[in-house]
Design a protein around this ligand. Structure first.
Ligand code: P53
Length: 488
């Protein structure tokens, strides 16, 4: 009973939200570097210029109807939270020492693609960028922490967006594969665990998650096809370079945890349909082909996926070794109440659950259900690589950060994961919490939406010393890891 003896406990981050040093060490700009700060009521946007020299900001993280000749650029007078983030670039030794103190067995991080290939199109990599990750991996290995690397966590060299529309164009596959080959070769003796695309089903976010400047279904689904092919090629090449590599896909599983608003079969059907739009991504990567229900959906919606000969074989040969997921919440949907009304009622609050300040339903039972479902669907080990609660932590008068709500969140979710193992028989490889140290929020660009066991002194205006301090939850998670999840 309980978790495997080699269970991979740890924490997870993404370069664009954590690293900073956006224009240091030869790094080129990424799509995430032109994204401004938002809040829970105000979406982030992306800045661009037009040939007449005018300056613009998109409304939201997906880019609609972009005018001809638009170029995404960093412009004076805007706030770009990812530029400096919380500066892991210069604090990695200090931060990794804290991860070691927590007892991490693994640390999930991403490699910033434009740090290795500044425009994405170079033939040779940027040595200074490669050296930085050598230093990070060496530091982790010094403490016996296994690095787990995401190859694509929302970050694309900005030049690929400006030249080709990023993943909307097939040529981006070649650039990405050059990047994968480079880092596989370079780190083959330091990194064993990899995953290809972070939250591949969040490609629906468009620009934020893939650098694609468009959000119509045809463009997004074609871009997804390019990512599927790239992912499968990366899996194949990775295994050739080192047969011991474990390479996974990564699905935002909250989006598959969709409940019907009522037990009316029409609502149940809608929930199933909604979840299928998400499962589809893992289906392709785990099974190696497009599922029939998705082909029918494409047909109904007039979507035509442009494939090249050989793509189907590549998808078949490049299925993943494990399935990684993020899980934050569950969702609710219902059949349209009248013709044409929006069926996706994400705004509906589940009356049985509490929600965070950002309106995220807290649902540990949903976590267990989803783990059970995914394991049963694919029969592959499941690695939970994101789970956590964003909260506006405050430094108390005693100078400490008291975050009992965070302990409650993790206690209930780790218990649910244990039930999935002990009661449902799910093969769970490990668990990394989202952002063991406070970093920039992807959705809003805020600092005040904090996830860490470690507090970082930086506010939404960009002020602060960047000093790191332990919250109350730090000692709690340390104890959980030390007892292999027994002592909650
Ligand atoms: P934040 C929402 C919006 C953007 C990215 O989210 C998201 C989600 C939730 O599914 O996905 C992941 O920072 C993502 C991380 C992100 C985390 O959720 O908006 O993989 O990069 O930070 C949490 O609170």
């Amino acid at each position: 009973m309980g978790f495997r003896s080699d269970f991979l406990w740890g924490g997870a981050t993404a370069a664009n939200q954590y690293e900073g040093g956006w224009n240091e060490g030869g790094r080129g700009p990424a799509n995430t570097d032109v994204m401004t700060k938002g809040s829970k009521d105000q979406a982030r946007g992306a800045t661009y210029t037009l040939p007449d020299g005018s300056r613009h900001l998109t409304k939201g993280v997906a880019v609609k109807d972009l005018p001809e000749g638009a170029r995404f650029e960093v412009l004076d007078g805007y706030e770009y939270p990812c530029h400096d983030a919380v500066d892991f670039y210069h604090h990695y030794k200090e931060d990794i020492a804290l991860f070691a103190e927590l007892g991490f067995k693994t640390y999930r991080m991403s490699i910033s693609w434009p740090r290795i290939f500044p425009t994405g199109m170079e033939k040779e990599p940027n040595e200074e960028g490669l050296k930085f990750y050598d230093n990070v991996f060496d530091e982790l290995l010094k403490y016996g922490i296994e690095p787990m690397v995401t190859l694509h966590h929302f970050e694309v060299p900005l030049e690929l967006t400006n030249q080709w529309g990023s993943w909307a164009d097939r040529r981006t596959i070649d650039c990405f594969i050059r990047f994968c080959r480079t880092v596989f070769e370079r780190y083959k003796n330091k990194v064993k665990y990899w995953m290809t695309f972070n939250e591949i089903n969040n490609i629906y976010f468009g620009f934020l998650s893939s650098g694609v400047p468009g959000d119509d279904l045809q463009t997004v689904m074609q871009a997804a096809h390019h990512q599927f092919v790239a992912s499968a090629m990366a899996v194949k090449i990775g295994h050739e370079i080192n047969p011991d590599f474990k390479i996974g896909c990564m699905l935002a599983a909250s989006r598959c945890t969709v409940y019907p608003e009522t037990c009316n079969p029409a609502d149940v059907q809608k929930a199933w349909e909604q979840a299928s739009r998400q499962y589809f991504f893992a289906d392709v990567q785990c099974r190696g082909y497009y599922p029939s229900y998705q082909l029918k959906y494409f047909e109904r919606n007039g979507i035509h996926i442009q494939k090249e000969s050989g793509d189907d074989e590549i998808l078949k040969e490049g299925t993943v070794d494990y399935i990684a997921i993020s899980y934050y919440r569950s969702m609710i949907t219902a059949a349209p109440k009248q013709e044409g009304s929006d069926p996706l009622l994400l705004g509906v609050i589940n009356p049985y659950l509490e929600a965070t300040e950002w309106g995220i339903a807290i649902d540990p039972m949903g976590f267990r259900i989803t783990l059970h479902n995914l394991y049963d669907r694919y029969q592959l080990p499941v690695m939970i690589v994101e789970n956590g609660i964003g909260a506006a932590d405050e430094v108390a008068e005693d100078g400490q950060i008291h975050d009992p709500y965070r302990v409650d969140f993790f206690r209930s979710h780790i218990q649910a994961m244990k039930d999935a193992v002990d009661i449902d028989g799910v093969d769970v490889m490990g668990y990394t919490t989202w952002a063991p140290i406070d970093i920039v929020s992807a959705g809003t660009g805020e600092m005040r939406k904090r996830y860490g066991f470690v507090y970082v002194d930086k506010d939404d205006e960009g002020n602060g010393s960047l000093k790191r301090s332990k919250k109350d939850s730090f000692a709690w998670y340390q104890k959980v890891i030390a007892s292999n999840g027994e002592n909650l």
